[in-house]
Design a protein around this ligand. Structure first.
Ligand code: FES
Ligand code: FES
Length: 225
């Protein structure tokens, strides 16, 4: 070895690093190797297995979480990169065990098939509504464009997000900042009673004929095949 060669500065693979995260409002201090993906840290160190690994290369969005208010593919982000951040996973949308409006609307519209994509879908859908409390169908298609569903239930998902936005506006108003959109049990039960669990999408949309964007949801195809 050349004695003038500078010592390596990179942290040796395998050396654990302390990372502090606030996940769904709960502080976590974990120790992980530098190469650990945030997804693995959440699942293996924080015990939050809602976020799924499907492709592990940033293509499918099944691992989507919110980091400091921005959605990311957690399979592509290192845990050490987000040290000190606030992270919201699908579990964090229902902190008290009551489904929030997005989650409830996905159920009510029959938008869940195998379910593998759903944790990422609902995190992305929640972000759409937080950015824009009154999104149109294009906002929703764009906002979910990074989330793939192999069961291809996109139309029902689009309708669910439109409905969740409407429910959130009713609860929180259009200035939804600071409003979790968590459905109060009585409200959720009443809304669930109004919605068929697995009704035909056209039937669902016909219940709201005043919304032209719902018709667009029925006509729109998958964002990506
Ligand atoms: S598992 Fe992260 S994008 Fe597919
Ligand atoms: S519901 Fe099966 S992958 Fe989306």
């Amino acid at each position: 070895m050349n004695p003038t060669t500078a010592p390596p500065t990179a942290t040796p693979t395998g050396e654990d690093h302390q990372v502090q995260l606030r996940v769904n409002g709960t502080p976590h201090t974990i120790r992980v190797p530098a190469h650990t993906a945030l997804l693995d840290a959440l699942r293996d160190s924080c015990g939050l297995t809602g976020s799924k690994q499907c492709c592990a290369v940033g293509e499918c969005g099944a691992c989507t979480v919110s980091v400091d208010g921005r959605t990311v593919n957690s399979c592509l982000v290192l845990a050490v990169e987000v040290d000190g951040s606030d992270v919201i996973t699908a579990e964090g949308l229902a902190p008290s065990g009551e489904l929030n409006h997005v989650q409830q609307a996905f159920l009510d519209h029959g938008a869940v098939q195998c379910g593998f994509c759903i944790p990422g879908m609902v995190v992305s859908a929640q972000a759409i509504i937080e950015r824009n409390p009154d999104p149109d169908i294009e906002d929703i298609r764009n906002g979910l464009s990074g989330n793939l569903c192999r069961c291809a239930g996109y139309n029902r998902m689009f309708a669910a997000v439109l409905d969740a936005a409407e429910r959130t506006r009713r609860q929180c108003g259009t200035g939804a900042g600071g409003c979790s959109g968590a459905a109060a049990p009585a409200v959720a039960a009443a809304e669930a009673a109004e919605q068929p669990a697995h009704g035909d999408l056209d039937d669902d949309l016909d219940k709201h004929p005043s919304s032209a964007s719902r018709t667009a949801a029925a006509e729109g195809g998958p964002v990506r095949s």
